[in-house]
Design a protein around this ligand. Structure first.
Ligand SMILES: [Fe+2]
Ligand SMILES: [Fe+2]
Length: 269
């Protein structure tokens, strides 16, 4: 992977007023599952940007410097587009998201200020989680983006492509300036538990608001995310690789698949 492969793109066809409330296959459980994930992105991505930028001054390698610039630009645009999605959810009355995001912002800012090493370790852990999700979306469009309403597909495809492109940037900065294997392992434990809890709580709140926190809906939905081929189930084997001492994000080389989807979905380099 070279710097040319991390391309900063604008998305000009994100979700809008024509996006239906249950935009994932008309399925309330899965629509809110992806709403919950989407709503964590903007504050999360701003946290990643601050975490990487803190160590930018320690990076002398011009290629890595350019990659940091591209990483920051991509994540900045992602947070903007997911902010627009959150705005649609707020307009639909899911106001609790404001409180969640305010708390997430306060914690993120505090960590950046008080614990920059841990912040970067958390960043690479969550970047690995998002790289796994991105690979899922790139690998199985029939499962994950084709069931989406057409106004939602570009957002998730664009984000998946760019997460795959920049998946090693924060990691390479971490290796250069920190490098501790145990710190990144601890961060991954914390990131996994924190992320799953956060998504579960947000998802539950969205479902409760729509009076959809019912056994029949939960049972079928739970199977869709934790059952065979489930969106979260795939995390279990894929997260394990991160704990290896010699882990690197590009050990899982999905560049060919990435190229294929860029072409197919119209996100050129
Ligand atoms: Fe992103
Ligand atoms: Fe990312």
């Amino acid at each position: 992977m070279t710097i040319q492969d991390i391309t900063v793109r604008n998305l000009d066809n994100g979700p809008n007023l024509n996006t239906p409330k249950y935009w994932f296959d008309d399925n309330i459980f899965l629509s809110h599952f992806f709403n919950a994930i989407s709503s964590t992105f903007p504050e999360g991505e701003r946290f990643f940007i601050r975490s990487v930028r803190y160590y930018e001054k320690n990076v002398q390698d011009p290629t890595l410097q350019q990659q940091i610039t591209a990483f920051v630009a991509q994540e900045g645009r992602h947070s903007k587009e997911h902010d627009s999605h959150i705005q649609i959810l707020l307009d639909q009355g899911y106001n609790a998201l404001t409180t969640f995001n305010r708390n997430q912002r306060v914690i993120g800012l505090w960590l950046n200020r008080r614990a920059p090493r841990f912040s970067l370790a958390m960043t690479i852990a969550i970047e690995h989680i998002t790289a796994i999700f991105a690979d899922q979306i790139l690998s199985h469009p029939h499962r994950w983006t084709e069931p989406m309403h057409p106004t939602m597909q570009p957002l998730w495809r664009w984000h998946a492509i760019e997460e795959a492109e920049h998946k090693a940037v924060a990691f390479d900065v971490y290796q250069l300036v920190i490098g501790s294997i145990w710190l990144r392992r601890c961060a991954m434990l914390q990131a996994t538990l924190g992320f799953l809890t956060e998504v579960f709580v947000r998802h539950s709140v969205l479902l409760i608001k729509d009076r959809a926190f019912r056994p029949s809906i939960l049972y079928k939905g739970f199977k869709a995310i934790w059952g065979r081929h489930g969106f979260l189930r795939i995390l279990i084997p894929a997260l394990g690789t991160f704990y290896a001492a010699d882990f690197h994000p590009w050990q899982q080389d999905n560049s060919e698949l990435l190229n294929q989807r860029r072409e197919q979905w119209g996100f050129q380099v």
